[in-house]
Design a protein around this ligand. Structure first.
Ligand code: BGC
Length: 714
């Protein structure tokens, strides 16, 4: 069956069928709910076989398809590729890569029998401590929206759906299911809604997921201003909206507000204090609070998408996606997302350099975060394995020491246990501090020291501005200091590798070392990416999509995770639009590493700015030339400084970006970035306004490294 007369089907549905159809089937396999069609998927929808409506399947997430690799009484494994986390994908600033990753994930989604991928997640990096920042792209709405659009295009080109989540202002995990986010309409429109608006208009995602939190007093899933006025009418969204899992507190209000599907459904089976959404809706219809016509509209929205789904088309999935091909895409994306933050002639290492690897992270490499954004790949190549596989020279005795040490710790005091959801709980390992003579021996027999610092976080909790999380532990700091000093004493260098999902403090130790390489949480190919970047096989070309502030006290979001402090019921975004670099630039707060920053093994020169108005757009042209000695790619950025007439504005805002091709030494590329004049508007509280006056167009290699400038009077 490949056609469905939607109106006819609706007219043939009984009221009971309608009510069941807008509520998912519940957590799969508990109580009277059906068993999962695809084990480990997050949810499924109600089937009505007599009308040709099949069950449809939804699964996470942003770093790769999350399904169970193992199934009951089944020998084979169902692994999916672990891609770099979104923060790293964003650091590529490369729409083609995002599209490719989307295509690869989309293929796995389709071939494993899933209909909709619950990704991309496009909340904003409002505060570096949000536990799920690794699942979000950036502090900037334009970069987020553009990359999300490419990703969605990629996923949906495979005949399955994507889902923009979490709509909206879900920038923390603490009390996420109840917290009331208080935010001005201006900040909402310019910063938090913007990425959704861009991605919806550009890529037509099949679905949007409303968030857990409230927005100015109302749960987002029960907020008709958000779901109906803004999303449906203003933006003309024509897919359907599903709730986040167990979100909100009234199924009937969700229906009335424009939330089409309630997931996973039957919340009362898991959250014992919750009502049954099916009862909510039935009662509301009985007592006239909700009309059947509203239900019909929800069903219409869902069915319009459902008819495109593989399950509806009866697609015969193979359970055999091309994991080998997708591993290469994961590797390629990772290589482009590595950010070289500091390089005092330590990288790339040469063929005969001998490296000494310090830190438990060389073996316990973090491929991604925890929670619904987790992945279950066939393997993860840790940093040490990568070095071995790529044949680099390394200190084998030291590596053996770490292997044994980690085994001892994990078999003893630092044993790995399982949590409530059967997830691994891995206590953070202490770092070994070597005695002086040991370090001296190691420094004598090696050329470079590499020290790994790792962090992990995930769904359900935020990070802390404490040692061991935002700050280094004492032993991590000592390790960097002692190793670097000893190597320096022998005229040798040190490099710190950051295997993290969101910024940590670097200011207090960045001078101790010669280089800092940010490899984020790079997915299953971690070690290969790392080894190829340090050896120079890959020239790093990532740049920061989020600021590294000097200290947590510099972060503008003072209300985080809200008030009262102990158990927040609300969080107030009183920094308004001054998020990330918009704040640091405007209020002259110097960060450790600014938005848009990243080094390369080569250098680029910018020239020939040509700026002109063309109808309703502005065209910005310039040349970029590789003036160094090795091939490389450059991420060019266009910032606009708008006149402050009636509306107060940030110092500058990103309005466009372009990543060059690989340029050989001496090679030049012409870049053309087009900006719609309407995209220069600010929201004055009621409407979008482009104020008259002089606009400065600033082309740079980062937000603080502006190479070319020109002005236009608009
Ligand atoms: C998360 C969503 C996820 C859903 C289904 C929720 O807890 O917030 O991002 O898609 O679970 O797993």
């Amino acid at each position: 069956m490949d056609m469905l007369d939607i109106e006819k089907v609706i007219s043939q549905m009984t009221l009971e069928e309608k009510i069941h159809f807008v509520v998912g089937v519940g957590v799969l396999g508990i109580e009277d709910n059906p068993k999962a069609r695809v084990s480990g998927a997050a949810g499924e929808t109600f089937e009505i076989p007599r009308l040709g409506i099949p069950r449809t399947v939804y699964a996470d997430g942003p770093a790769g398809l999350r399904i169970d690799p193992e199934r009951e009484s089944d020998e084979r494994k169902y692994h999916a590729t672990a891609f770099p986390v979104e923060t790293m994908l964003a650091s590529t600033w490369n729409k083609n890569i995002l599209k490719k990753v989307g295509e690869a994930m989309g293929e796995e989604v389709r071939e494993y029998g899933v209909d909709v991928l619950l990704a991309p997640a496009i909340n904003i990096h409002r505060n570096p401590l949000c536990g799920r920042n690794f699942e979000y792209y950036s502090e900037d709405p334009l970069l987020t929206g553009e990359l999300a659009a490419s990703f969605v295009e990629g996923v949906q080109s495979q005949g399955v759906g994507a889902c923009l989540k979490h709509f909206v202002v879900n920038e923390q995990e603490t009390n996420r299911m109840t917290v009331d986010t208080i935010v001005s309409e201006r900040a909402l429109r310019e910063i938090y809604l913007k990425p959704f608006e861009i991605a919806i208009k550009k890529s037509k995602p099949w679905t949007v997921m409303s968030s857990y939190n409230k927005l100015n007093g109302y749960y987002t899933s029960q907020n008709s201003w958000l779901l109906t006025k803004v999303l449906r009418y203003e933006w003309q969204f024509d897919g359907f909206v599903m709730t986040d899992w167990f979100a909100g507190d009234d199924g009937a209000k969700q229906m009335a507000a424009g939330n089409d599907l309630i997931m996973p459904g039957k919340s009362h089976q898991v959250l014992k204090h919750r009502r049954n959404e099916i009862d909510d809706i039935r009662k509301a219809i009985e007592n006239g609070e909700l009309t059947e016509e509203v239900l019909n509209e929800r069903i219409r929205n869902i069915l319009r998408v459902l008819v495109k789904m593989p399950s509806f088309k009866g697609y015969n999935y193979s359970n055999n996606p091309d994991l080998e091909k997708n591993a290469k895409i994961s590797y390629e994306a990772g290589c482009e997302g590595v950010v070289l933050l500091k390089n005092n002639e330590v990288l790339p290492i040469s063929k005969d350099t001998t490296i000494a690897l310090f830190g438990t992270g060389q073996i316990e490499t973090i491929r991604g975060g925890t929670g619904s954004g987790e992945t279950h790949p066939m393997y993860t190549i840790n940093f040490l394995d990568g070095v071995v596989e790529r044949g680099l020279n390394f200190d084998k005795e030291l590596a053996q020491f770490y292997r044994a040490k980690i085994e001892e710790l994990r078999n003893g005091e630092y044993r790995i246990t399982r949590g409530q959801w059967n997830e691994e709980i891995k206590p953070k390992l202490p770092e070994n501090l070597f005695i002086v003579s040991q370090l001296e021996d190691i420094a004598k027999r090696n050329d470079v020291a590499i020290i790994f610092i790792t962090r992990i976080s995930g769904e359900g909790y935020d990070r802390r501005a404490e040692k061991g999380d935002y700050y280094l532990t004492d032993d991590e700091y000592e390790l960097i200091k002692n190793v670097s000093e000893t190597f320096h004493k022998y005229g040798k260098k040190s490099l710190v590798v950051l295997n993290i999902g969101s910024p940590i403090e670097v200011e207090s130790w960045k001078e101790l070392t010669d280089g800092i390489l940010l490899v984020w949480q790079p997915g299953q190919e971690a070690g290969r990416i790392f080894a190829d970047v340090i050896s120079g096989k890959v020239n790093p070309s990532g740049k920061l999509a989020t600021t590294f502030p000097k200290d947590y006290k510099d972060v503008p979001s003072r209300s985080f995770p809200g008030e009262p402090k102990e158990n927040p019921t609300s969080v107030t975004y009183d920094e308004g639009i001054y998020v990330g670099y918009r704040y640091y630039d405007t209020f002259r707060v110097e960060p450790s590493f600014e938005f848009g920053f990243g080094l390369s093994y080569t250098k680029f020169e910018y020239s020939n700015l040509n700026l002109y108005k063309d109808g309703s757009s502005i065209v910005v042209c310039f040349d970029v030339k590789n003036v160094g000695n090795v091939p490389g790619k450059e991420i060019t950025q266009l910032y606009v400084r708008a006149p402050r007439v009636k509306i107060d504005k940030p110092y500058q805002e990103l309005k466009g970006f372009f990543k060059t091709d690989t340029l050989a030494p001496g090679e030049m590329q012409k870049v053309k970035i087009t900006v719609q004049i309407s995209d220069l508007a600010s929201f004055d509280g009621e409407k979008w306004v482009v104020e008259e006056g002089i606009y400065e167009f600033r082309v740079g290699a980062s937000s603080r490294d502006i190479r070319l400038k020109g002005t236009l009077n608009l």
